[in-house]
Design a binder for this molecule. Structure first.
Ligand SMILES: Nc1ncnc2c1ncn2[C@@H]1O[C@H](COP(=O)(O)OP(=O)(O)OP(=O)(O)O)[C@@H](O)[C@H]1O
Ligand SMILES: [Mg+2]
Length: 344
């Protein structure tokens, strides 16, 4: 069984006034010159299914310039998904029934996004790694989204109070209970996910690198061993910096090859590691739901050398639905069947 995106319709989405396309259930190639909207089509598929862009954390920049809001609309299997977004309004419908919250809607689709900027997972800030982890965790466990939102709300309120002068600690303390409760949940879910991801990513890494190097993924809690204690100990620092300095918003992920931090790994090694992490996430979701997620691959193949391209093609489940963007099809082996979607 697979998750299959059958069609996609856009309105006022990035460079598209309107756009409509259908997809095959296998390999789909979105082909066109630069700046024609290839990445935007993948982004739209991701937003339709997960209400989240893989490029940006806020959806406002996705709205076409000079427009109020965008619409993404499509069929995933038999389910009809519709999402309208504007700066002051969001509307969701599942099978033409308006949804008050996103819970049931988000149960429909599962996605893994590969991009040529994935190397940021190793080289970029902790924010990139937390976003990756949460993107997978919310798909694995729908209720996790509530914990994340509750934590975010409590954190923002506490930080706002810390900006006051003098800091009113009794009011600050009132936000600490929800902060601690949501924070503990967030840490728990992330730690569990990393434990689940570890063997999958390591296995994927062995296949694509063809090496015996062991890939280890380590979760480092920004709340330390005991969040309440850490928060207590950080009060002086928090007052000085006027923000909450400990907690899951400071969580980190660290990667090691044979015990060596990937900070020091070569570019090729780093690219292999991030690919293994994405493939690991795919396997994890596949195992959990018994279906392969939709695979979105942005500009990945054109960038890889032949050996790694073939390794990647070989390791992607042949039956999975894939949407691939590319400026040219030179890399495609003859005999590989693909549904082409030309842009521009
Ligand atoms: N909110 C927006 N409103 C209007 N146009 C936008 C908006 N956001 C981005 N664009 C434009 O959309 C165009 C398509 O961008 P996109 O990244 O999808 O192109 P692409 O085909 O993936 O290009 P490349 O091959 O360079 O990766 C760009 O010219 C960009 O400037
Ligand atoms: Mg692009």
């Amino acid at each position: 069984m697979r998750f299959v995106l059958r069609s996609l319709k856009l309105r006022h989405f990035r460079c598209f006034e309107a756009f409509e396309t259908e997809f095959s259930d296998g390999l789909n190639c979105i082909v066109g010159p630069n700046a024609r909207g290839k990445t935007s089509v993948l982004e739209a598929a991701c937003i339709l299914l997960r209400l989240q862009s893989p490029r940006v954390s806020k959806l406002a920049p996705v709205v076409q310039h000079e427009r109020q809001g965008f619409v993404v609309d499509g069929y995933f299997g038999q389910r009809h998904l519709q999402f309208y977004f504007s700066r002051n309004r969001k509307k969701l419908a599942l099978d033409e029934v308006a949804q008050a919250d996103a819970h049931e809607y988000l149960q429909v689709g599962r996605v893994v996004y590969f991009s040529n900027t994935d190397i940021e997972l190793v080289r970029g800030s902790g924010e990139v790694r937390r976003r990756f982890l949460d993107f997978v965790a919310v798909q694995r466990d729908g209720l996790y989204r509530n914990a994340l939102r509750a934590y975010d709300r409590a954190l923002r309120s506490r930080n706002l109070l810390l900006k006051g002068y003098p800091v009113r600690w009794r009011e600050v303390a009132a936000f600490e209970e929800p902060l601690l409760a949501a924070g503990r949940l967030v840490s728990e879910v992330r730690a569990r996910l990393v434990a689940e991801l570890q063997p999958e990513a390591d296995a994927a890494h062995r296949v694509i690198s063809g090496s015996r190097e062991e890939l280890r993924v380590e979760y480092r809690a920004g709340a330390g061993e005991d969040f309440a204690q850490a928060l207590d100990a950080a009060r002086g620092e928090d007052a000085r910096l006027r923000q909450t300095t400990v907690g899951p918003h400071r969580d980190e992920l660290a990667f090691f090859l044979n015990g060596q931090s990937t900070e020091y790994a070569s570019e090729g090694q780093q690219r292999t590691v991030v690919l293994a992490l994405k493939l690991g996430a795919m396997r994890l979701l596949e195992r959990h739901f018994g279906r392969t997620p939709l695979l979105l691959l942005d500009d990945v193949f054109g960038e890889l050398d032949v050996a790694r391209r073939n390794a990647l093609l070989a390791v992607l489940p042949s039956g999975a639905q894939k949407l691939v963007t590319t400026t040219h099809l030179d890399w495609m082996a003859s005999g590989l069947e693909a549904h082409r979607i030309p842009l521009g």
